[in-house]
Design a protein around this ligand. Structure first.
Ligand code: PDD
Length: 289
């Protein structure tokens, strides 16, 4: 079926996607009671796997669900899924829910978590790298634990729909006058020659790509600041970027219908996007961690 992976992992078994069955009483389905991860894979190697597994463990801890696997087991699952993908750049999606139980807000005493995972190709978007994307501001109606990678993504989905209807590829959340992150990405701006991104905390997901971009920027001698970003600083920025495991770094060139800078991806974007591609090449070849 178009758009679906051919094979998926469900509770220890790799099977055709069409054969994967989960109970209608799964708490993921009834309560969105679960968490997830998305891990990019380049040259058959999962990028920053330890960081993704650490964040997964933190998300599970935050929802008081025991991690069903140790790191070595997760690594083995990821390796099995990479083999199902047949090469190329892919991402691994992993979701863990509190599993099936009679519907009750109270946790089941002995949950049987549902572990679902698959690999899908990362589709390159050269026109986005070349031209950037349009984005718009939306009110952040999410809860106060956006640092948990929760599968409860309704507010993110609604934000993305508002973006799509406005011909935009991302929505940027505004909370209390500050822009925190995108519907499925982190946010960077360039002002006065320095790179700024909001500090980690409960209003945003601690992005693995965000950390990597900060690392690459510092290595390139760019001054970086983790500071809250008022709306005016973002709308008046010289450059605006978003980052994520599937979109890497993308420049926002139109914001709320107005060009960012001169409306083209800026010079610092060009430098960091090149550094990112160079890092990826070295990583895929086994010469970077
Ligand atoms: N989303 N913020 C939000 C709300 C996100 O959903 C994501 C990623 C990020 C970026 O995190 P990372 O760099 O670790 O991918 C930030 C994934 C890709 C998704 O939901 O599909």
């Amino acid at each position: 079926m178009a758009g679906y992976p051919e094979r998926v992992y469900l509770n220890g078994v790799v099977m055709p996607a069409g054969e994967a069955r989960v109970s209608a009483f799964d708490r993921g389905f009834l309560f969105a009671d679960g968490v997830y991860e998305v891990i990019p894979v380049y040259g058959g190697r999962p990028l920053r796997l330890a960081q993704h597994l650490r964040r997964l463990d933190a998300s599970l801890g935050a929802i008081r669900l025991a991690n069903p696997h140790g790191d070595a087991e997760w690594q083995a699952i990821v390796t099995r899924l990479i083999a199902t993908a047949g090469g190329g750049d892919v991402y691994i999606y992993i979701q863990i829910t509190r599993g099936p139980a009679p519907r009750d807000h109270v946790f089941p005493p002995q949950p049987t978590p549902t572990v679902f995972a698959y690999a899908q190709p990362i589709v390159p978007a050269p026109e986005r790298v070349r031209d950037g994307i349009a984005a718009l501001f939306v009110a952040d109606i999410r809860w106060h634990r956006c640092d948990i990678k929760s599968i409860a993504l309704l507010a993110n989905v609604l934000a993305r729909d508002a973006a799509t209807r406005a011909d935009c590829a991302e929505a940027l959340f505004v909370r209390d006058g500050f822009v925190t992150e995108g519907a499925s990405s982190n946010l960077f701006i360039v002002r006065d020659g320095e790179l700024r991104t909001p500090p980690n905390g409960p209003t945003l997901l601690p992005g693995v790509t965000r950390d990597l971009v900060l690392e690459l920027a510092r290595a390139a001698g760019v001054s970086t600041h983790q500071v809250p970003l008022p709306v005016a600083d973002v709308s008046g920025a010289d450059e605006v970027w978003i980052t994520s495991s599937v979109r890497e770094i993308v420049a926002v060139t139109t914001l709320d219908g107005t060009p960012v800078g001169n409306g083209r991806p800026g010079p610092l974007y060009a430098r960091l996007a090149a550094a990112f591609q160079d890092y990826k090449r070295r990583f895929a070849a086994g010469s970077a961690t």
